[in-house]
Design a protein around this ligand. Structure first.
Ligand SMILES: C[S@@+](CC[C@H](N)C(=O)[O-])C[C@H]1O[C@@H](n2cnc3c(N)ncnc32)[C@H](O)[C@@H]1O
Length: 464
């Protein structure tokens, strides 16, 4: 532990630090590091000569904390020595700290040095240098060297430059961000989602949450091949992307599926749907945000362990899959989430506030729900979290694979609007039995439409 008075002695007016270089030897590395770490705020009259010396210490941590300490002084007096560190220190952490310290000077004298750091092999250092240079964003020299980074290898570097220097998009949204078309609110359409979406205007939905068909593992969908299945999902999420408002979310519930073997002479086949769909989503303009794991009790899932339990032969191990993913994506935009939040009035923000006791981790322990009519329904508790954490009251929420309509019902019960599509007539009828009645809190009746009726609807009657 470092004594408080030795730190105090180093601080303002500490013209004679307790250890000048000649006394430094007496102090060991640990003590120096503790001093540096505990300095806290320091001001311009701090005598930093000994800190400069420490920049050549053998200890990486001492060099790191020395660069940090010099950064606090924000003085171009240390530009040359920090430049040496930024160029030559073997540790990229220390080089980055030196570049940060140079940036903190906010001095035009630092422009050249920060420009050199743009050539560092570590993209984090390049980003740090960009940060320092952006203080002089409109200086023609700075502009030129930053714009040239638009072709940089690293994606984060490219993104920052794109955001700072690209012309703002000229497209003006057709309606305020929180609003949506009345003729899409609380509507269920019977039909193939791709056909239905042809009649939905761009930038309509605030959130999409869905569980697509499980390739050929259940009886309600048949695809000629796994490639055909992925191609279909690609088209659906491409279209959902167009119909999603700027910066809003898509949450996809999937898991690998097993298509059972045809006989004992063959093996079953496992399809890694989440991993195969992910690159397609990113390529079409969805930014990956989070992976949430929906964990079910092991007793509720199919037991694959019976054989292994008997023979215990390695390689024959088969864990019981009791998890599914909720893959969270955001429609790519340069705008921060704060921008999305700022589009709502204070009352909506207040009314939509997530209550205490919310789930803080990415493992959501929720029991599955079994339904007598539909074999793969969402538990309402799962939908509830998605609605509450990823939308505001009054938003329009979409499920392209509506099934029994759990997501729509939950959205409605939480004062959001929903739009669902479902191609199977018996599930469409089943939804009506839930949705038509018993939900008095919404002023807007649920409408069940055929594709033809939906396509022919009168548009534009009042938007809220
Ligand atoms: C996994 S289930 C969704 C269940 C739903 N999450 C629930 O809570 O009831 C997938 C649903 O997508 C429907 N479906 C499959 N292909 C479709 C398509 N091309 N267009 C619309 N719905 C489709 C199936 O009939 C099935 O009901």
């Amino acid at each position: 532990m470092v004594a408080k008075d030795s730190i105090f002695a180093l601080k303002p007016n500490g013209k004679s630090p307790p250890f000048a270089p000649k006394r430094k030897k007496k102090r060991d590395g640990k003590e120096i590091l503790a001093l540096l770490r505990n300095l806290g705020r320091i001001s311009g009259d701090f005598d930093a000569a000994w800190v400069v010396d420490c920049l050549s210490s053998e200890s990486k941590n001492i060099r790191l904390w020395s660069a940090k300490t010099l950064g606090k002084l924000e003085s171009p007096e240390y530009l040359d020595i920090l430049r040496q560190t930024a160029r030559l220190d073997p540790s990229s952490e220390v080089r980055r700290e030196a570049v940060s310290a140079i940036g903190r000077m906010r001095s035009p004298l630092a422009i050249g040095v920060l420009g050199e750091a743009l050539k560092d092999e570590d993209p984090k250092i390049v980003c740090q240098a960009i940060r320092g240079l952006l203080v002089f964003k409109s200086d023609p020299r700075v502009r030129k060297s930053l714009v040239s980074l638009a072709r940089h290898e690293n994606e984060m570097v490219k993104e920052i430059i794109q955001k700072e220097y690209a012309a703002p998009s000229a497209a003006v949204p057709k309606q305020p961000h929180p609003a949506s078309d009345d003729d899409l609110k609380n509507v269920v359409v019977l039909g193939d989602v791709l056909r239905v979406l042809e009649h939905v205007p761009e930038e309509s939905f605030h959130l999409t949450f869905t569980s697509p068909p499980y390739y050929n593992a259940r009886d309600y969908s048949v695809y000629s091949s796994y490639q055909a299945y992925l191609g279909f999902l690609e088209k659906v999420f491409q279209s959902v992307h167009q119909k999603t408002k700027e910066g809003r979310f898509l949450i996809l519930n999937t898991s690998p599926v097993i298509v059972p073997r045809i006989s004992r002479q063959h093996s079953s086949r496992r399809y890694p749907i989440p991993f195969d769909i992910h690159p397609l989503l990113v390529k079409m303009g969805w930014d990956f945000i989070d992976d949430i794991v929906w964990a079910k009790p092991e007793s509720s899932v199919k037991n694959r362990n019976a054989g292994f339990l008997q023979h215990r032969k390695p390689l024959g191990y088969k864990p019981n899959p009791r998890t599914e993913y909720l893959m969270v994506y955001r429609k790519r935009t340069e705008k921060l989430i704060d921008w999305n939040i700022r589009q709502y009035d204070w009352r909506t923000i207040k009314d939509s506030k997530v209550a205490d006791g919310y789930e803080t981790s990415n493992v959501w322990e929720i029991d599955p729900t079994h339904d007598r009519v539909h074999s793969a329904v969402f538990p309402a508790a799962l939908c509830r979290r998605v609605v509450e954490y990823y939308s505001y009251k009054g938003d329009l929420l979409f499920d392209p694979f509506g099934g029994s309509g759990t997501f729509g019902r939950t959205a409605k019960s939480l004062d959001r609007y929903f739009f669902l599509t479902e191609k199977n007539e018996s599930y469409f009828d089943y939804m009506q039995s839930f949705l038509r009645k018993g939900l008095p809190f919404s002023e807007r009746e649920t409408r069940f439409l055929s594709l033809k009726e939906f396509a022919a609807r009168k548009k534009g009657h009042g938007k809220t």
